[in-house]
Design a protein around this ligand. Structure first.
Ligand code: WTA
Length: 635
């Protein structure tokens, strides 16, 4: 299929879709009625007085409403669905664990009691540094139950990265695990967690360790998760009513500076937005088995492995491992065994599936699938078509969902039972969302013209940084009108469909993880002998983005194997293995503009052997030849 082909949702799908064409039309006319409908998906302890206050700052969603996210995801389902599966966990080595809503409710209450017993109070930040195991979901919901914001740090991060996030969040409680399996190898996580004690200020008060691999030695102020659960067996903790605008969690993501950026999500607005999009876009029904393959340590896992599906009372799958272990059919075998209805993954994963070959999905019965989704980066029409044909058997709609850590939930996507699909285009903004394309100075672009994607209306999942700001985030210089600039380049066609073209800032996506090049650079220049560094993401149509680090050594420092090693170790220790460069290229100088800015686009062009574009602003044009020869030497 080509980029401009229209693909209609299958009739069978339309008939059962949560959002029908008449509903979509109603929403189009009556904004913000759609957000009242989203709010109605939740059970509020105190009802809200109005959907939105955007008259006087702070901006507020579901004003006056009080609720508890753990109650929304657990208690309210018990009457009708206590024996329904909430979680199906698939371990890397083939083990499985199942939790009904009642099982999950009980363990969450017990762990909430344990956290309280350790001294955690409302609004204390609890850091969760754990692999994708059920105890992570228990810990998230236990925190939510007692009104303690969680701060999940992905298991792949280093001690330093964990320490930076705990310090910045002023977090004195840590829940971690002894370790986990990665491609069959046991990874010791506890050692990294133990070292954090030395690296943080304020003091780390208490640590809970989930024994996942086997036995582990506990130190002072360290507690065994399972012993705590036993100690608090049968406990019942009343869910703490939280204001709609109260913090549910914070998480760190990469911005454009060398420091990770914190994003704080609210209880009411965020939860209503993820529940609504899980219903309207992912088309989740309570009786479905639903699988989002994202790591819970990233926003996609928070919104669409945990909060969205559990708020709707469905069964959510968690998978600990990697897609090609032990074999390249692992994903398809999990779908077949669990009879999955809705599958949500990333273009990067789909590209890998394509490369491995269609024989892997073909060797499994995937006929249970009803809907497919993607998120994370633009999907090219070729990968789209492969996914449609070889996974969806030409009979599942595909939703290409655009959103970000900052947006909390999906903002742009087709509605799968209503809208035609266009391979390669995410689709129109969702009902209730107003987007436009602007130039840097704020001038609006017409259809067909490339520019920056801007969100013009507030949305319930917006983070506190935006609701609390008096000027509502980044304005693009357009007078009084505010908009949120997402950092993505995009173009809109005559039908209002948005084609995403990638980031315009220095953020790259590698293995579905968002990484700021500045963070890697600051780790590299910390190495003795490394004077300057520029990191770029090199995109390839059929492979994951590769990280290239261009490093200029200090005078008298030789660019040898030892320096190369030191660069790699520094990145691994400061951030984690996910950010380690695929290539370190030493160069005497980096290409700079006359104003001293590194010309990254030139580095990308040289690496890709592409047209360099306009290089007249270059102060040191001789660098180009040096870069070319180091490329040619290496290849
Ligand atoms: C990119 C992940 C094109 C985009 C949920 C965005 C996409 C960044 C899409 C956010 C999509 C996400 N099409 N690009 N469907 N979805 N992106 O914060 O560049 O990890 O700004 O959130 O991913 O990454 P983040």
């Amino acid at each position: 299929m080509e980029a401009d082909d229209l693909v209609e949702p299958p009739v069978e799908f339309r008939k059962q879709a949560n959002i029908s064409a008449p509903l979509r039309e109603r929403f189009a006319d009556e904004w913000p009625e759609v957000w009242a409908v989203a709010g109605d998906l939740l059970d509020w302890f105190d009802p809200y007085e109005s959907v939105l206050n955007n008259e006087t700052p702070p901006l507020e969603w579901f004003v006056g409403g009080r609720l508890n996210a753990s109650y929304e995801c657990l208690d309210r389902h018990l009457d009708k669905r206590k024996n329904h599966l909430a979680l199906r966990w698939e371990g890397q080595l083939g083990e499985t664990r199942r939790y009904t809503y009642l099982d999950l409710y009980r363990e969450v209450n017990e762990f909430a009691a344990a956290l309280r017993g350790l001294g955690v109070e409302e609004d204390d930040v609890v850091t969760l540094y754990m692999p994708v195991i059920p105890e992570l979901v228990v810990a998230m919901l236990a925190c939510a139950r007692i009104g303690a914001p969680h701060n999940v740090v992905s298991a792949g991060f280093s001690t330093d990265a964990l320490a930076t996030r705990m310090n910045s969040a002023n977090s004195q409680y840590l829940v971690t695990s002894d370790g986990y399996y990665h491609r069959g190898d046991a990874i010791n996580q506890k050692r990294r967690a133990d070292n954090v004690r030395l690296a943080i200020d304020p003091e780390l008060k208490e640590t809970v360790v989930v024994e996942h691999l086997g036995s582990t030695q506990l130190g002072t102020a360290q507690h065994d998760y399972h012993a705590l659960i036993e100690e608090h067996a049968g406990a019942n903790i009343d869910p703490v009513p939280r204001d709609s605008a109260d913090q549910l969690f914070l998480m760190y993501t990469s911005g454009t500076t060398g420091e990770p950026k914190s994003v704080v999500h609210t209880t009411g607005g965020y939860l209503a937005h993820v529940a609504w999009t899980s219903h309207a876009v992912l088309d989740i029904k309570p009786e479905d088995t639903y699988w989002c393959s994202a790591d819970i340590g990233w926003i996609t896992g928070h919104s669409y492995v945990v909060y969205g599906p559990l708020a709707l009372g469905t069964t959510t799958i968690m998978y600990e491992g990697t897609p090609d272990y032990p074999e390249k059919d692992r994903i398809w075998s999990i779908i077949e065994q669990n009879v999955v209805d809705v599958f949500y993954t990333t273009p990067t994963a789909i590209q890998a599936f394509m490369k491995w070959g269609e024989q892997y999905p073909a060797s499994h019965d995937l006929s249970s699938l009803r809907l497919l989704g993607t998120v994370g980066k633009p999907i090219d029409p070729q990968a789209w078509t492969w996914y449609y044909k070889h996974v969806g058997r030409n009979s599942c709609p595909i939703i290409d969902t655009w959103w970000q850590t900052e947006t909390g939930a999906i903002l742009v996507s087709t509605l799968p039972g209503v809208d035609s699909m266009k391979p390669g285009s995410a689709g129109p903004p969702l009902p209730g969302i107003d987007t436009t394309i602007v130039q840097l100075d704020g001038t609006e672009q017409s259809s067909g013209e490339t520019g920056l994607l801007a969100v013009r209306s507030p949305w319930p999942g917006m983070p506190k940084e935006l609701t609390d700001a008096t000027d509502w985030g980044s304005t693009a210089g357009a007078g009084d009108e505010w908009y949120y600039l997402a950092g993505d380049e995009a173009v809109v066609d005559d039908d209002g469909y948005i084609r995403m073209l990638g980031r315009v800032d220095d953020i790259i996506t590698v293995s579905n993880r968002r990484i700021g090049t500045a963070e890697i650079e600051s780790a590299i220049v910390g190495v003795e002998g490394a004077a300057e560094a520029a990191v770029v993401g090199i995109d390839h149509p059929t492979q994951d983005t590769a990280i290239y680090a261009y490093v200029s050594p200090e005078i008298r420092q030789t660019a040898d194997e030892a320096l190369n090693e030191a660069v790699i170790t520094a990145v691994e220790e400061t951030i984690g293995s996910v950010a380690v460069p695929d290539r370190v290229v030493f160069t005497p100088k980096l290409p700079k503009t006359r104003s001293g800015k590194i010309m990254r686009r030139l580095l990308e062009a040289v690496a890709n052997d592409e047209d360099y574009g306009d290089t007249s602003a270059l102060r040191n044009p001789e660098v180009v030849g040096e870069l070319e020869s180091s490329r040619d030497e290496d290849s």
